[in-house]
Design a protein around this ligand. Structure first.
Ligand SMILES: [Zn+2]
Ligand SMILES: [Zn+2]
Length: 69
C-alpha cells in the first residue's frame, strides 16, 4: 500500500499518509498508515470486502407467483 491522502483529525485536513515500516509481517498489506503531517498512526479499517460472503442472501431470485386455486 503506497501513500494516500486521508483525512487526519489531528491536522483537521486531508493529509498524506504513508505506510510505516511494518514490523508485524503484513508486508504490502499492512493496514497501518502514518500521517506525514503530525505522525498520527491509524489503521485503514475501510478495506473493501474482497471476500464477501457468497451463497448467502440472493436478491435476484425470481419472484414466485403462487396462485392458490
Ligand atoms: Zn503492519
Ligand atoms: Zn495529521
Amino acid at each position: 500500500m503506497g501513500d494516500r491522502e486521508l483525512y487526519c483529525e489531528d491536522c483537521g485536513a486531508e493529509t498524506l499518509f504513508e505506510t510505516p515500516p511494518c514490523q508485524d509481517g503484513h508486508g504490502a498489506d499492512c493496514p497501518e498508515l502514518v500521517c506525514t503531517g503530525c505522525g498520527t498512526a491509524l489503521l485503514t479499517a475501510g478495506f473493501p470486502p474482497l471476500r464477501a460472503a457468497r451463497g448467502g442472501t440472493r436478491t435476484d431470485a425470481p419472484a414466485r407467483r403462487h396462485r392458490a386455486a
